[in-house]
Design a protein around this ligand. Structure first.
Ligand code: APR
Length: 229
């Protein structure tokens, strides 16, 4: 039975009211990613970085999962073959939309990490640089998200699934950021069919066998219904 690997990006959460990064008025048009999404930026001004993620955590708590999140959870429940859901997103809308297993390759807003000892715990609603690590007590807490220049999580597991996939589907991502932007080539190289579901053609559109363009809340439920028919 067909094994499917799905990669999602900010576009799958756009209609839930969470901003994307590179669209008009996206997050990177309001903040310099070097200040809020790099280890250097965190070292320079940890309070600014915590404020940025505290705001995104509050934004996320006020948002609701949408029909695309729910459709992907339905696919995971009902598809007889293996479905691997990899997301670049740090929000928890896939989980709140009913997905039990979500691979957060860029980490998660709801996670906290100690930069000193590596201890991980559930992030409080608001984090501050002076918060002591519950593990070692050091005031070295950070959001457990992957910043530019850092290694994404679960890469070995993701590549193993891509090598074994019959179908790779990329949803709501601009194809600008590696390694995620290269997954389509790994899957295609291993013989998988590749499909892009996005509002408009992404940077990597030409690398896909097929594409459907439109809002995720329309094209993702439609595609899932066809796969499960
Ligand atoms: N439905 C479907 N796709 C949409 C929608 C929508 N309603 N709205 C926007 N999109 C698409 C845009 O066309 C764009 O291709 O979602 C994509 C969003 O692209 P980006 O803003 O670049 O977000 P993403 O691809 O997830 O960024 C990847 O970059 O900044 C880092 O770590 C961050 O995980 C992020 C990574």
């Amino acid at each position: 039975m067909a094994s499917v690997v799905i990669l999602t990006g900010a576009g799958v959460s756009a209609e839930s009211g969470l901003g994307t990064f590179r669209d008009v008025d996206g997050l990177w048009t309001k903040y310099d990613l070097n200040d809020v999404a790099t280890p250097e930026g965190f070292a320079r001004d940890p309070a600014l970085v915590h404020d940025f993620y505290n705001a995104r955590r509050a934004n996320c708590r006020g948002a609701a999962p949408n029909a695309a999140h729910r459709a992907l959870a339905r696919l995971q429940r009902e598809h007889p073959g293996r479905v691997t859901l990899v997301t670049q997103n740090v929000d928890d809308l896939h989980e709140r939309g009913g997905s039990d297993e979500v691979w957060h390759m860029h980490g998660a807003l709801n996670g906290a990490l100690c930069a000193a000892c590596g201890h991980r715990w559930d992030a409080p609603e608001q984090m501050a640089p002076s918060d002591p690590c519950p593990g070692c007590g050091a005031p070295a807490t950070r959001p457990d998200v992957v910043w530019f220049g850092e290694m994404p999580y679960l890469m070995d597991e993701i590549y193993a699934r891509l090598e074994a996939a019959d179908l790779f589907v990329s949803i709501g991502t601009s194809g600008n950021v590696y390694p995620a932007a290269g997954f389509v080539q790994v899957a295609a190289g291993a013989g998988a069919q590749t499909l892009e579901l996005n509002l408009e053609p992404s940077e990597g559109a030409s690398l896909f066998d097929a594409a459907r363009h439109g809002p995720a809340t329309e094209i993702v439920p439609q595609w899932v219904a066809e796969v499960l028919a």
